[in-house]
Design a binder for this molecule. Structure first.
Ligand code: IPE
Ligand code: IPE
Ligand code: MG
Length: 236
Protein backbone atom coordinates (compact mmCIF):
# COMPACT_ATOMS: atom_id res chain seq x y z
CA UNK A 1 0.00 0.00 0.00
CA UNK A 2 1.17 3.52 -0.75
CA UNK A 3 1.62 5.45 2.50
CA UNK A 4 2.48 8.74 0.77
CA UNK A 5 -0.68 10.71 1.58
CA UNK A 6 -1.61 8.95 4.79
CA UNK A 7 -1.47 10.33 8.29
CA UNK A 8 0.59 8.13 10.61
CA UNK A 9 0.24 7.84 14.37
CA UNK A 10 3.36 9.25 16.03
CA UNK A 11 2.95 6.79 18.90
CA UNK A 12 1.28 3.46 18.17
CA UNK A 13 0.30 0.90 20.80
CA UNK A 14 -0.17 -2.79 20.04
CA UNK A 15 -1.90 -5.18 22.42
CA UNK A 16 -0.74 -8.47 20.94
CA UNK A 17 -3.64 -10.74 21.86
CA UNK A 18 -4.92 -14.09 20.63
CA UNK A 19 -1.77 -16.25 20.53
CA UNK A 20 -3.40 -18.90 22.71
CA UNK A 21 -6.62 -19.09 20.68
CA UNK A 22 -4.63 -19.11 17.44
CA UNK A 23 -2.81 -22.22 18.68
CA UNK A 24 -5.72 -24.11 20.25
CA UNK A 25 -7.85 -23.61 17.13
CA UNK A 26 -5.11 -25.53 15.27
CA UNK A 27 -4.70 -28.24 17.90
CA UNK A 28 -1.34 -26.77 18.97
CA UNK A 29 -0.09 -25.85 22.42
CA UNK A 30 -0.41 -22.26 23.69
CA UNK A 31 3.40 -22.05 23.64
CA UNK A 32 3.38 -22.67 19.91
CA UNK A 33 0.98 -19.74 19.63
CA UNK A 34 3.43 -17.50 21.47
CA UNK A 35 6.28 -18.67 19.22
CA UNK A 36 4.24 -17.80 16.12
CA UNK A 37 3.28 -14.46 17.67
CA UNK A 38 6.97 -13.66 18.14
CA UNK A 39 7.76 -14.65 14.56
CA UNK A 40 5.02 -12.36 13.30
CA UNK A 41 6.12 -9.53 15.57
CA UNK A 42 9.60 -9.38 14.05
CA UNK A 43 8.40 -8.91 10.49
CA UNK A 44 5.60 -6.58 11.54
CA UNK A 45 7.97 -4.29 13.46
CA UNK A 46 10.31 -4.00 10.48
CA UNK A 47 7.34 -3.03 8.32
CA UNK A 48 5.98 -0.51 10.83
CA UNK A 49 9.28 1.31 11.41
CA UNK A 50 10.02 1.21 7.70
CA UNK A 51 6.76 3.08 7.09
CA UNK A 52 8.03 5.88 9.31
CA UNK A 53 6.16 5.43 12.59
CA UNK A 54 8.37 6.93 15.30
CA UNK A 55 7.27 5.29 18.53
CA UNK A 56 5.71 1.87 19.16
CA UNK A 57 4.60 0.50 22.54
CA UNK A 58 4.05 -3.23 22.72
CA UNK A 59 2.07 -5.05 25.37
CA UNK A 60 4.14 -8.20 25.79
CA UNK A 61 3.34 -9.42 29.31
CA UNK A 62 1.04 -7.92 31.92
CA UNK A 63 1.45 -8.06 35.69
CA UNK A 64 -1.80 -10.04 35.66
CA UNK A 65 -0.36 -12.60 33.22
CA UNK A 66 1.61 -14.01 36.19
CA UNK A 67 -1.65 -15.76 37.13
CA UNK A 68 -1.22 -18.15 34.20
CA UNK A 69 0.09 -21.73 34.49
CA UNK A 70 3.75 -21.87 35.43
CA UNK A 71 4.56 -23.80 32.25
CA UNK A 72 3.21 -21.01 30.03
CA UNK A 73 4.88 -18.24 32.05
CA UNK A 74 8.22 -20.11 31.97
CA UNK A 75 7.93 -20.55 28.21
CA UNK A 76 7.21 -16.85 27.72
CA UNK A 77 10.19 -15.85 29.88
CA UNK A 78 12.53 -18.06 27.82
CA UNK A 79 11.06 -16.67 24.62
CA UNK A 80 11.60 -13.06 25.75
CA UNK A 81 15.17 -13.84 26.74
CA UNK A 82 15.94 -15.35 23.35
CA UNK A 83 14.30 -12.47 21.49
CA UNK A 84 16.15 -9.76 23.43
CA UNK A 85 19.53 -11.52 23.30
CA UNK A 86 19.54 -12.97 19.82
CA UNK A 87 16.70 -11.85 17.61
CA UNK A 88 16.08 -8.16 18.12
CA UNK A 89 19.40 -6.95 16.72
CA UNK A 90 17.52 -5.93 13.55
CA UNK A 91 16.16 -3.01 15.59
CA UNK A 92 19.65 -1.60 15.96
CA UNK A 93 20.10 -1.91 12.19
CA UNK A 94 16.87 0.09 11.82
CA UNK A 95 18.28 2.70 14.27
CA UNK A 96 15.47 2.00 16.76
CA UNK A 97 16.09 2.51 20.47
CA UNK A 98 14.52 -0.10 22.74
CA UNK A 99 13.23 0.82 26.19
CA UNK A 100 11.18 -1.16 28.72
CA UNK A 101 8.21 -0.33 30.91
CA UNK A 102 7.06 -2.42 33.84
CA UNK A 103 8.20 -4.08 37.04
CA UNK A 104 11.01 -5.81 35.20
CA UNK A 105 13.04 -6.48 38.34
CA UNK A 106 10.35 -8.87 39.57
CA UNK A 107 11.10 -11.12 36.58
CA UNK A 108 13.81 -13.83 36.52
CA UNK A 109 17.22 -12.12 36.51
CA UNK A 110 18.23 -13.58 33.14
CA UNK A 111 15.18 -11.90 31.55
CA UNK A 112 15.95 -8.47 32.90
CA UNK A 113 19.62 -8.80 32.11
CA UNK A 114 18.68 -9.67 28.49
CA UNK A 115 16.38 -6.62 28.50
CA UNK A 116 19.21 -4.41 29.84
CA UNK A 117 21.53 -5.80 27.17
CA UNK A 118 19.10 -4.78 24.42
CA UNK A 119 18.58 -1.33 25.96
CA UNK A 120 22.33 -0.82 26.16
CA UNK A 121 22.89 -2.08 22.58
CA UNK A 122 20.38 0.38 21.12
CA UNK A 123 20.72 3.38 23.43
CA UNK A 124 22.35 5.57 20.76
CA UNK A 125 19.65 4.87 18.14
CA UNK A 126 17.64 7.89 17.05
CA UNK A 127 15.20 7.04 14.23
CA UNK A 128 12.56 5.31 16.35
CA UNK A 129 11.61 4.07 19.81
CA UNK A 130 10.28 0.65 20.75
CA UNK A 131 8.80 0.58 24.24
CA UNK A 132 8.27 -3.00 25.44
CA UNK A 133 5.73 -3.31 28.25
CA UNK A 134 6.91 -6.30 30.22
CA UNK A 135 5.48 -7.33 33.57
CA UNK A 136 3.55 -4.15 33.01
CA UNK A 137 0.29 -2.92 34.51
CA UNK A 138 -1.12 0.56 33.98
CA UNK A 139 -2.36 0.73 37.57
CA UNK A 140 1.04 -0.28 38.96
CA UNK A 141 2.67 2.31 36.71
CA UNK A 142 0.50 4.95 38.40
CA UNK A 143 1.28 3.51 41.85
CA UNK A 144 5.02 3.55 41.10
CA UNK A 145 4.79 7.13 39.78
CA UNK A 146 3.00 8.27 42.96
CA UNK A 147 5.71 6.63 45.09
CA UNK A 148 8.50 8.41 43.15
CA UNK A 149 6.83 11.82 43.36
CA UNK A 150 5.99 11.33 47.05
CA UNK A 151 9.64 10.69 47.77
CA UNK A 152 10.60 13.84 45.86
CA UNK A 153 8.09 15.82 47.91
CA UNK A 154 9.26 14.27 51.19
CA UNK A 155 12.90 14.98 50.41
CA UNK A 156 12.15 18.53 49.33
CA UNK A 157 12.95 18.29 45.60
CA UNK A 158 9.48 19.48 44.61
CA UNK A 159 6.50 21.08 46.34
CA UNK A 160 3.20 19.20 46.16
CA UNK A 161 1.58 22.34 44.74
CA UNK A 162 4.05 22.27 41.82
CA UNK A 163 2.97 18.83 40.55
CA UNK A 164 1.69 19.14 36.99
CA UNK A 165 0.80 16.75 34.16
CA UNK A 166 4.39 17.16 32.94
CA UNK A 167 5.77 16.11 36.34
CA UNK A 168 3.51 13.06 36.28
CA UNK A 169 4.72 12.15 32.80
CA UNK A 170 8.37 12.50 33.79
CA UNK A 171 7.80 10.03 36.60
CA UNK A 172 6.11 7.28 34.59
CA UNK A 173 8.30 4.36 33.48
CA UNK A 174 9.16 6.21 30.25
CA UNK A 175 8.56 9.79 29.19
CA UNK A 176 6.96 9.15 25.79
CA UNK A 177 4.62 11.17 23.57
CA UNK A 178 0.89 10.48 24.08
CA UNK A 179 -0.53 7.38 22.40
CA UNK A 180 -2.35 8.23 19.17
CA UNK A 181 -3.61 4.83 18.10
CA UNK A 182 -3.97 1.49 19.88
CA UNK A 183 -4.54 -1.77 18.01
CA UNK A 184 -5.75 -4.78 19.99
CA UNK A 185 -5.91 -7.98 17.97
CA UNK A 186 -8.18 -11.00 18.57
CA UNK A 187 -11.53 -9.22 18.86
CA UNK A 188 -11.37 -8.47 22.60
CA UNK A 189 -12.62 -4.94 23.17
CA UNK A 190 -10.92 -3.83 26.36
CA UNK A 191 -7.65 -2.21 27.38
CA UNK A 192 -6.61 -4.78 30.05
CA UNK A 193 -4.60 -2.14 31.91
CA UNK A 194 -2.45 -1.02 28.93
CA UNK A 195 -0.97 2.49 29.26
CA UNK A 196 -4.16 3.90 30.73
CA UNK A 197 -2.63 7.31 31.49
CA UNK A 198 -0.91 7.73 28.10
CA UNK A 199 -3.95 6.59 26.11
CA UNK A 200 -6.26 9.36 27.38
CA UNK A 201 -7.06 10.54 23.83
CA UNK A 202 -5.93 7.53 21.80
CA UNK A 203 -8.06 6.08 19.02
CA UNK A 204 -8.75 2.35 19.49
CA UNK A 205 -9.04 -0.35 16.82
CA UNK A 206 -10.10 -3.93 17.50
CA UNK A 207 -9.52 -6.27 14.53
CA UNK A 208 -10.79 -9.85 14.93
CA UNK A 209 -7.53 -11.44 13.71
CA UNK A 210 -5.38 -13.33 16.21
CA UNK A 211 -1.95 -11.78 16.59
CA UNK A 212 0.10 -14.51 14.78
CA UNK A 213 -2.02 -13.77 11.66
CA UNK A 214 -1.94 -9.98 11.94
CA UNK A 215 -0.13 -9.32 8.68
CA UNK A 216 1.23 -6.27 6.86
CA UNK A 217 -2.03 -6.15 4.90
CA UNK A 218 -4.02 -6.07 8.13
CA UNK A 219 -1.76 -3.32 9.38
CA UNK A 220 -2.45 -1.31 6.21
CA UNK A 221 -6.19 -1.65 6.94
CA UNK A 222 -5.60 -0.40 10.48
CA UNK A 223 -3.81 2.70 9.15
CA UNK A 224 -6.64 3.33 6.67
CA UNK A 225 -9.08 3.17 9.58
CA UNK A 226 -6.91 5.59 11.60
CA UNK A 227 -7.10 8.01 8.67
CA UNK A 228 -10.89 7.99 8.87
CA UNK A 229 -10.97 9.00 12.52
CA UNK A 230 -11.63 12.61 13.43
CA UNK A 231 -9.73 13.43 16.58
CA UNK A 232 -11.20 16.23 18.66
CA UNK A 233 -9.34 16.24 21.99
CA UNK A 234 -12.42 17.73 23.59
CA UNK A 235 -12.66 20.60 21.15
CA UNK A 236 -15.22 21.19 18.38
C1 IPE B 1 -1.39 -12.68 24.07
O1 IPE B 1 -2.04 -13.84 23.72
C2 IPE B 1 0.00 -12.91 24.60
C3 IPE B 1 0.15 -12.70 26.04
C4 IPE B 1 -0.79 -12.31 26.88
C5 IPE B 1 1.46 -12.98 26.60
P1 IPE B 1 -2.88 -14.69 24.77
O2 IPE B 1 -1.96 -15.68 25.41
O3 IPE B 1 -3.60 -13.81 25.72
O4 IPE B 1 -3.89 -15.44 23.83
P2 IPE B 1 -5.43 -15.74 24.11
O5 IPE B 1 -6.08 -14.43 24.46
O6 IPE B 1 -5.47 -16.70 25.25
O7 IPE B 1 -5.93 -16.31 22.83
C1 IPE C 1 -3.43 -8.42 27.60
O1 IPE C 1 -3.97 -9.60 27.14
C2 IPE C 1 -1.98 -8.58 27.86
C3 IPE C 1 -1.11 -8.78 26.69
C4 IPE C 1 -1.49 -8.84 25.47
C5 IPE C 1 0.28 -8.93 27.01
P1 IPE C 1 -4.68 -10.69 28.11
O2 IPE C 1 -5.05 -11.81 27.24
O3 IPE C 1 -3.81 -10.95 29.26
O4 IPE C 1 -5.95 -9.87 28.62
P2 IPE C 1 -7.35 -10.38 29.16
O5 IPE C 1 -7.09 -11.33 30.27
O6 IPE C 1 -8.06 -11.02 28.01
O7 IPE C 1 -8.06 -9.13 29.60
MG1 MG D 1 -5.48 -12.95 25.71
Amino acid sequence: MDYMDLKLPNHLGIIMDGNGRWATSRGLSRSEGHREGARNLKSLLSYIFDKGIFCVSLYAFSTENNKRDKKEVDYLMKLFMKLFKEEFSFLKDLDVKVVFSGRIHFLPSDVWSAASFLEEETKMCKSGILNICLNYGGQYEIVDMVKKISLDVMEGRIMASDITKEVVLENLYQNLPPLDFVIRTSGEKRTSNFMIYQAAYAEYYFPETYFPDFSEKEFDLAILEYNKRKRRFGGN
